[in-house]
Design a protein around this ligand. Structure first.
Ligand SMILES: Cc1cc2nc3c(=O)[nH]c(=O)nc-3n(C[C@H](O)[C@H](O)[C@H](O)COP(=O)(O)OP(=O)(O)OC[C@H]3O[C@@H](n4cnc5c(N)ncnc54)[C@H](O)[C@@H]3O)c2cc1C
Length: 451
């Protein structure tokens, strides 16, 4: 299954396409994403007239995409978007910043450019959800009543769950983390760069349970290894990937690929190693293992914290109260297909905050938001709602600079490739070109609710 030596020639033989022809064939980012995104639901031809009060909590990828779709689908609705964050970060680009491929300016945008005119933006955070009273309270003390609620708060990076860790340490003392801000992604790149030049012990980690873009920690490890090889510094580094469980990736064939790929590239795998503590001044990390605590020295460590729902959501009645999605991260309780809350039928959710078996990616947001919006609009119209999310998620799994695998799968964990001419089990340049040149435009089109 794995093929580590694909060159442009092999790829071009397989596809019968040159890089330029591919770009022409895909016709730019929006068309690429129309393929690499699963479900596309047509907007209703005419907006439906209503005076419903709809609140969207969280103006990230899912919240903005939903605001745009709702504002077009409904006329007269009072739509409120709540979030204090003004800056919009194209998070899939953080991996490119943290590995020295892009500059941070490329991924920083402003939310206001995507907020539709007929949507009221409340500059605050939700402090408390009260779904029994159909209302919420902001951290400014504002009480907001709603008829329908869409929860799109994303997730919380729980650095505090790792003893001694603080996001302020990222970019110092050999500590990196791709998941935080663009500034910290730059700091991560500085740490990786210094580590490769100086040599030593590199530890790569992954938070347990549901994390966003579960491919990102793997990509950082493989890109660091690739860069060291290119610089002729590979012999100076000892690398290990510390997996908190007994798997590397949820999709079985890709998991199988990585289980071969890491040892082949001399990246040791420590199974059941969960990062629980860090001593920056000693450059030592503690891992909980079935045999007890393991302490490993490092010169560079990639810290990936556990992730969970933001407190306002996780502490509320909207969160799963029992079961795996309660224990894993207090995620939002929704039906995994309709994206509707199971106990509060006027509440819907999308994005990283939802408790579904898979799907904390922008690609999932692109598939989930049209479903949540269609079902919400149908409910307002008093119609049977039938849109269903199939669990679609996607990750351009970068294996080395210039090479990636386009991994797309759904709840069944079966691969669902959008492009039949790309072999999803092989590394080649086409998914790399998608990632490097096209998917950001597709993401922006998604924010506008266009795809
Ligand atoms: C390093 C990295 C690499 C990635 N790579 C990929 C990739 O290759 N492909 C891919 O498809 N996806 C990738 N992703 C994942 C993708 O970026 C996320 O899944 C997506 O951004 C989730 O969108 P969201 O709207 O749920 O959350 P976000 O975009 O994070 O937005 C959540 C918003 O909610 C707000 N909020 C939080 N709490 C409250 C509150 N109490 N009240 C009001 N607002 C609140 C926040 O301020 C934020 O603006 C990557 C992510 C990272 C970090």
């Amino acid at each position: 299954m794995s093929n580590r030596t694909n060159g442009d020639k092999a790829c071009s033989d397989t596809l019968g396409l040159s890089r330029r022809e591919l770009l022409q064939a895909l016709g730019g980012g929006a068309i690429a994403a129309a393929g690499a995104g699963g479900l596309l639901l047509p907007s209703p031809a005419r907006a439906y007239r209503t005076n419903a009060r709809i609140v969207i909590a969280g103006a990230g990828a899912a919240g903005l995409a939903a605001a745009n779709r709702l504002s077009r689908a409904l006329e007269g609705a009072h739509i409120t978007l709540i979030d204090r964050r003004k800056r919009h970060v194209y998070q899939p680009g953080l991996t490119m910043i943290a590995t020295g491929i892009w500059q941070p300016g490329k991924i920083i945008d402003e939310n206001r450019r995507y907020v539709p005119r007929n949507v009221e933006w409340v500059d605050a955070m939700v402090a408390e959800f009260d779904p029994d009273a159909d209302r919420l309270v902001t951290d400014q003390g504002q009480v907001i009543d709603y008829d329908y609620l869409l929860v799109t708060t994303g997730l919380h990076l729980d650095f505090a769950a790792i003893e001694g860790m603080d996001p302020a340490l990222i970019g110092r003392e050999g500590i990196g983390c791709v998941y935080d801000t663009p500034e910290h992604a730059v700091g991560t790149w500085q740490m990786i760069d210094q580590f490769i030049n100086a040599g030593g012990q590199g530890l790569f980690t992954r938070g347990p349970g549901g994390i966003k873009c579960a491919g990102a920690p793997l990509k950082v490890a493989m890109l660091a290894e690739d860069l060291a090889s290119r610089r002729g510094r590979r012999e100076a580094l000892q690398l290990s990937y510390n997996a908190p469980s007994d798997g590397l990736f949820s999709q079985p064939q890709i998991d199988g690929f990585l289980r071969e790929e890491f040892p082949a590239r001399d990246i040791a795998i420590n199974w059941h190693h969960r990062l629980v503590g860090i001593e920056p001044e000693r450059r030592r990390a503690s891992f909980q293992t079935p045999q007890g605590m393991a302490r490993l020295d490092y010169d560079f460590i990639h810290v990936v914290p556990p992730m969970r729902a933001p407190d306002a959501l996780g502490d509320s009645a909207l969160a799963w109260q029992t079961g795996p999605f309660a224990e894993d991260g207090n995620w939002l309780e929704v039906d995994r297909h309709s994206m509707r809350h199971t106990r509060y039928p006027n509440v819907f959710g999308a994005g990283d905050c939802v408790g579904t078996p898979i799907g904390k990616t922008a690609a999932s947001v692109k598939a989930q938001v049209p479903v949540a919006v269609a079902n919400l609009v149908d409910t307002i119209r008093g119609r049977e709602s039938g849109a269903a999310y199939n669990g679609y998620t996607s990750c351009p799994l970068i294996t080395r600079r210039g090479r990636a695998m386009l991994v797309e799968f759904d709840y069944s964990l079966a691969m669902v490739p959008s492009f039949t001419f790309i072999d999803p089990y092989r590394e080649h340049w086409v998914p790399w070109v998608l990632k490097e040149q096209m998917l950001q435009a597709a993401y922006n089109a998604m924010l506008r609710g266009r795809i």
